[in-house]
Design a protein around this ligand. Structure first.
Ligand SMILES: O=C(O)CCC(=O)C(=O)O
Ligand SMILES: [Fe+2]
Length: 212
C-alpha cells in the first residue's frame, strides 16, 4: 500500500475555507478530505433523522444472478434524477430529513452544484460496498462527488485501474471526502467488510445529474 502525500494547499477545485482540508496527491485523481465537516452534535442529530427514513435493500444483478445488496440504501434528489445502477433504474425519493438544506450548504461551501444524494446505511461490519467507480453516464465526464460519513469509522480503499497505486483512508464520523477530476475514470473504490465492527455507519454521497 503506497502512502500518498498530503498537504494543506488551497484548492481551485474545492474552495472550502479550512486549514484542516487535506489533499491526497495521486495520479489521475483529485481527492480531498475535510475531517470533522459535521460536528459530533450535528452528526448525532442527523443520524437520528436518517434512521427514520424508508431504507431499501434492492436486488441487483451480479454475474447474472439476482442478489440483495450488502447494505441498505436510498436514492434521493430532485425529481428528474433517475439513475441506472447494476441493471436497475432508481427513481429518487423526495428530499427529507433536512438533506436539501445540507445539499445547499455543500454547494455554497464547495461551489459545485448538487441535486441528488445516494444514502448508504452499513448496519454492522458485514455490510460493505465492493470495488466500483461512480462512472454512470448520468453523472457526466468528471463528476465531483462529495461523500459525508457519519457514525462508525470505516476504511475506504482506492485503487488505480492500471497503475500499481492504491490508498486507504479511515473515514471518521463527520468527515467529508471529495472525489473529483478524472478519479472515476481511472480509479475504483470500495468499503470493505470489517467483520469485528458492530456499530452502524451512514454515508451520503452528494452528486449532480444534469437535466436532460
Ligand atoms: O460508503 C462510502 O464511503 C462509499 C459509498 C460509495 O462509494 C457510493 O455511494 O458510491
Ligand atoms: Fe462510489
Amino acid at each position: 500500500m503506497t502512502e500518498a502525500q498530503t498537504s494543506h494547499n488551497e484548492s481551485p477545485v474545492i474552495p472550502l475555507q479550512s486549514n484542516l482540508l487535506q489533499r491526497y496527491f495521486l495520479p489521475d485523481a483529485e481527492i480531498w478530505l475535510l475531517p470533522g465537516f459535521l460536528s459530533a452534535t450535528e452528526s448525532t442529530q442527523l443520524q437520528q433523522q436518517l434512521r427514520e427514513l424508508s431504507w431499501q435493500q434492492p436486488q441487483i444483478k451480479l454475474y447474472g444472478r439476482s442478489v440483495a445488496i450488502p447494505r441498505r440504501q436510498i436514492w434521493m434528489g430532485d425529481a428528474h434524477c433517475s439513475y441506472r445502477y447494476s441493471g436497475v433504474t432508481f427513481y429518487p425519493q423526495a428530499w427529507q430529513a433536512g438533506l436539501d438544506g445540507l445539499c445547499q450548504r455543500l454547494t455554497r461551501q464547495t461551489g459545485h452544484p448538487l441535486n441528488a444524494v445516494l444514502l448508504n446505511h452499513y448496519q454492522h461490519g458485514e455490510h460493505h460496498m465492493g470495488w466500483h467507480s461512480d462512472d454512470e453516464p448520468e453523472l457526466g465526464d468528471e463528476p465531483v462527488i462529495l461523500s459525508l460519513s457519519l457514525g462508525q469509522t470505516r476504511r475506504f480503499d482506492l485503487r488505480h485501474k492500471r497503475l500499481n497505486s492504491q490508498l486507504s483512508i479511515e473515514l471518521n464520523d463527520g468527515d467529508l471526502l471529495v472525489m473529483a477530476g478524472a478519479c472515476q475514470r481511472h480509479w475504483q473504490h470500495r468499503v470493505p467488510k470489517q467483520t469485528r465492527l458492530d456499530a452502524e455507519r451512514f454515508n451520503l454521497t452528494f452528486r449532480y445529474l444534469p437535466q436532460r
